[in-house]
Design a protein around this ligand. Structure first.
Ligand code: ADP
Ligand code: ZN
Length: 513
């Protein structure tokens, strides 16, 4: 089937084992990185087994392309989702009942409506794609996925295969529980993407830093640039284009026609840089994306891993580059605070953000930390910024104490809110209008921090946040001490800090082998 339909010579990784399991009628849970070849794990069994393989997928926008691609291989495929007319849906339903479909893609919210139809059809298997969406604790929860327990309850004899590219141990447990996959065979591939070089640096002038990356390392190559907001997507794309980089914007607020057009150009032309919100990328199969750049801090490690995973699917050297600053942390906290969801949800989002922050501020190998997050142990990789230019660390206890005692003093002024900028002004002894008006030039900590530059102080704040010694209170970037800070203030605990260089670490090629 693999050679006849797809023209490939051999299965990759665990594909053959997964396929045997499902063809044999057993359930499977497959954790494989993006680009690992998950689709074949259910497509081949769907063709081998009698009946139609029903694929539950949240990626409605991609169903059309997925079905087109399968049809070009001679596979009989169709989809059912809310973008179709009643008539189109009826035609698909007729095909299903007549046994003329190998694969049927289904949006999760349509399942209740088509359950009666599926009863009358012959079903080869159920595949649940992007299975992490069923985890409430995860980063991409979709309530409709909870309804997928119906698959097991209503059609207990039909094998189910759940697939995802991101799952911590906790998310994995939730997938098993919520999809009733207790008897499934679990396949975990390594999440390592050795050809991707991970780099994280402080944000100064993000667009210029990005332009330098493109010019010095990725001139004329395809890349994806992620921004948090639609407005910054458009501004960045315009600015890059003005600098001669063939950049296109992509976000959910653009007309569907334009989005399709930009996506098609990105896929077909060489060297297009897509500037996008995270609305772009899921399911995009472009092998030669040479870099993924984040101009804003991702919300979670899962998101970061998934987004950077779009680089280098062809296995050739690629760059994952991230610039972030204190403002990102403040902004993200505010978004969590002001966002929807109950307290538990917000707590989960906060923990996700904290883990991401810790990854950014680590002095250890980034890959090691990334893989550990997904439950995989490994040694230092030699192909990330901290391995290539190990950050110098220093005893930062005294600077931390200076910063903390300034925060303590300001906290006594009720009704006033001071962010990091004001703190740094005080430590550097700057008589700004606000400092003078508030009488903060009278504080004992005024001007006691001139041994560090402003950028270095901001680095101290970020690192103390990442180490859980400071927290951002409310949505306005007000800094407060955590309980753990007491020991540092009393001199009972040392703080190790990374020395901030004024520039981000200069890129170097990975060593051979
Ligand atoms: P995932 O869904 O895990 O991100 P895909 O299923 O889209 O990955 O596969 C990634 C790419 O690898 C696709 O272009 C696919 O055709 C290709 N591929 C998958 N399995 C094989 C194989 N056994 N041999 C050759 N190419 C493969
Ligand atoms: Zn490393």
């Amino acid at each position: 089937m693999l050679t006849r339909v797809w023209g490939y010579d051999a299965f990759r990784g665990q594909q053959a084992e997964v396929i045997d399991t499902v063809v044999g009628g057993r359930d499977a849970l497959v954790l494989m990185p993006t680009g690992g070849g998950k689709s074949l794990c259910y497509q081949v069994p769907a063709l081998v087994r009698e009946g139609t393989g029903v694929v539950i997928s949240p990626l409605i926008a991609l169903m059309h392309d997925q079905v087109d691609a399968l049809e070009q291989l001679g596979v009989r495929a169709a989809f059912l989702n809310s973008t179709q007319t009643a008539e189109e849906r009826r035609a698909v339903e007729r095909g299903l009942l007549a046994g003329e479909l190998d694969l049927l893609y289904l949006a999760p919210e349509r399942l209740p409506a088509v359950a009666g139809l599926l009863d009358r059809a012959r079903i080869a298997l159920f595949a649940v794609d992007e299975a992490h969406c069923v985890a409430q604790w995860g980063h991409d929860f979709r309530p409709d996925y909870l309804g997928l327990t119906l698959l097991h309850e209503r059609w207990p004899g039909i094998p189910r295969i759940a697939l995802t590219a991101t799952a911590t141990a906790q998310t994995r447990e939730e997938i098993v529980r919520n999809l009733r996959l207790e008897d499934a065979r679990v396949f975990v591939s390594s999440f390592d993407r050795p050809n991707i070089q991970y780099r994280v640096g402080p944000k100064q002038d993000a667009r210029r830093q990005l332009l330098e990356l493109v010019r010095t390392e990725h001139e004329g190559e395809a890349g994806i640039v992620y921004c948090l907001s639609r407005a910054s997507v458009e501004r960045t794309a315009q600015w890059l284009a003005a600098q001669g980089v063939p950049a296109l914007p992509y976000h959910a607020g653009l007309p569907a026609e334009l989005r399709r057009h930009h996506q098609a150009r990105f896929l077909r032309e060489d060297g297009v840089v897509m500037v996008a919100t995270i609305a772009f990328g899921m399911g995009i199969d472009k092998p030669d994306v040479r870099f993924v750049a984040h101009l804003d801090l991702p919300k979670s490690i899962e998101g970061y891993y998934q987004e950077t995973g779009r680089a280098g699917r062809d296995g050739l050297p690629s760059t994952a580059w991230l610039a972030y600053g204190l403002q990102d942390v403040v902004q993200q906290r505010r978004m969590i605070e002001d966002g929807e969801g109950d307290r538990q949800r917000k707590r989960a989002q906060t923990l996700h953000l904290d883990a991401m922050l810790a990854l950014c501020e680590t002095v250890q190998c980034r890959r090691q930390q990334l893989l550990r997050y997904f439950g995989e142990e490994s040694g230092p990789c030699g192909n990330c910024d901290t391995c290539l230019s190990p950050p110098e660390s220093f005893d930062g206890t005294v600077p931390a104490q200076k910063l903390m005692s300034t925060i303590v003093r300001l906290a006594r002024e009720r009704g006033q809110q001071f962010g990091a900028g004001h703190l740094v002004d005080i430590l550097l002894g700057r008589r700004t209008e606000r400092v003078v008006r508030m009488g903060h030039d009278e504080l004992t900590t005024f001007g006691i921090g001139t041994e560090l530059s402003e950028a270095q102080w901001r680095g101290v704040v970020r690192q103390l946040l990442a180490q859980g010694l400071l927290q951002v209170q409310g949505g306005y970037g007000v800094l407060a001490l955590t309980d753990a800070a007491g020991e540092v203030l009393r001199g009972q605990q040392e703080v190790r800090l990374r020395r901030e260089t004024e520039r981000e670490p200069s890129p170097r090629r990975p060593r051979a082998g």
